[in-house]
Ligand binder design. Structure first.
Ligand SMILES: *Cc1c(COP(=O)(O)O)cnc(C)c1O
Length: 396
């Protein structure tokens, strides 16, 4: 997955453009920037690659989710349905706009289970937020049908699956809003950064103002601009945007490499009948950022993860026990512990999350996710495949 594996002269050239003119900020100083508008250029490239009308780049993936929610008018008293398996950014963004995250079970896609989503809907629900974890996607068609029926917003977190598609559409572009992270370990990186995409003019108009203190960006005198509503600062710097431009251009090449390496490992592992794979919804194409497999039981998955490590197969994750991507480790959310006082509505709403999620546990307990790197040579991958087979066969 990491784009930093392909860091080279292309990134350096884009950054040098910015250093040469010294304008590190995306707004203002037009006389000095020699025509370079890196954040704007990255937005145009992102919208074009993702086949949406609008894109807004911001300072992180977490910021992209926050700005997306605020742009859609989500706030105090609203509930946002999110999965039990995701990165902590999901609930951070929801809480930061004043809304309440409502946890919901996942299924064998390792993303939101549409049936569980239906059961979680209340009169307060405003958004369904599927998270396309580890390179593959939620059943967006089923989720969209539910959202249409209940007049809800579908917000895709595609931070870990950039480049995948569903129904021939780039992930992130199927829902009302889609978000990406360009942090250091993502498929496209600019150090720290993120972006949101949408076909809604209203959301896009809200987003560009909200991420820059509410500035209307009309005219060329920043100090004289008006502020139609409150905003914050989630701007992306020109330096980060410059790296992102070069990285995004490499996306299709990165995806080819991921697919090639993924396929070698997957084909090899199909020789073990006890190993099965995460379900990809019909019409979905993975980004191949991870290979996600199930072992027959929780006990075997735990042992499998351990033995893979002992055989030198690095970058495999057993999220169920030891990582902050699964709800079991979110004590700070579940208790909850917050520096600033949460609203009454949030405090009451959050109590709903203090229950067991047996369906999620049943899948995550059996899941091992292996990162796919793009810097591996073909012989590296083949050697890795034999080590994986040897390791897993020794415990099955
Ligand atoms: C990385 C990530 C984010 C947050 O991105 P940052 O840029 O690190 O803030 C959000 N959601 C998911 C699923 C992620 O993997």
């Amino acid at each position: 997955m990491p784009g930093f594996e392909l860091f080279g002269t292309e990134e350096k050239k884009e950054v040098q453009d910015v250093l040469d003119n010294g304008v590190l900020m995306r707004y203002g100083f037009d006389g000095n920037r020699n025509g370079h508008h890196k954040a704007l250029e990255l937005e145009r490239d992102l919208a074009s690659r993702m086949q949406t009308e609008f894109a807004q780049v911001v300072s992180s993936g977490t910021a992209a989710l926050t700005v997306a929610l605020a742009s859609a008018g989500v706030g105090s008293g609203d509930e946002v349905i999110m999965p039990t398996f995701t990165f902590v950014a999901s609930f951070e963004a929801i809480l930061s706009v004043g809304a309440t995250p409502i946890l919901c079970d996942i299924d064998d896609t390792l993303t939101l289970d549409p049936k569980a989503v239906k059961e979680a809907i209340t009169s307060k629900t405003k958004v369904v937020m599927p998270v396309h974890m580890c390179g593959s996607m939620a059943d967006l068609k089923a989720l969209k049908t539910i959202c249409d029926e209940h007049n809800l917003i579908l917000l895709e977190d595609a931070c870990q699956a950039i480049g995948g598609t569903f129904d021939s559409k780039p992930l992130g572009s199927y829902g009302d809003l889609g978000c990406f992270s360009f942090d250091y370990v993502k498929t496209v990186t600019c150090g720290e950064g993120g972006g949101l995409i949408t076909n809604s003019k209203k959301y896009a108009e809200n987003a560009h103002k909200y991420q820059d203190h509410g500035h209307d960006h009309i005219g060329n005198d920043r100090g004289a601009e008006t502020h139609p509503f409150l905003g914050y600062n989630y701007r992306l710097s020109e330096l980060n945007a410059a790296v992102g431009i070069a990285q995004l251009r490499k996306l299709d090449h990165t995806l080819d490499l991921q697919k090639k390496n993924y396929t070698i490992l997957r084909d090899a592992l199909t020789a073990i009948p006890e190993v099965t794979f995460r379900r990809v919804p019909e019409t979905g194409v993975e980004s191949y950022a991870f290979l996600n497999l199930f072992l027959p039981t929780e006990d075997l998955a735990r042992k499998g993860h351990k033995i893979l490590g002992e055989h030198g197969v690095d970058a495999c994750f057993y999220w169920f026990d030891n990582n902050w991507h699964y709800y079991k480790k979110w004590e700070h959310l579940l208790e909850p512990k917050s520096l600033n006082k949460l609203s009454e509505e949030q405090q009451t709403g959050l109590q709903k999350n203090n229950r067991s999620f047996n369906a999620s546990d049943a899948w995550m307990g059996r899941t091992i996710s292996c990162l796919i790197k793009v810097s591996w040579s073909e012989s590296d991958v083949k050697e890795r495949a034999s080590k994986m087979i040897e390791a897993l066969q020794s415990i099955l």
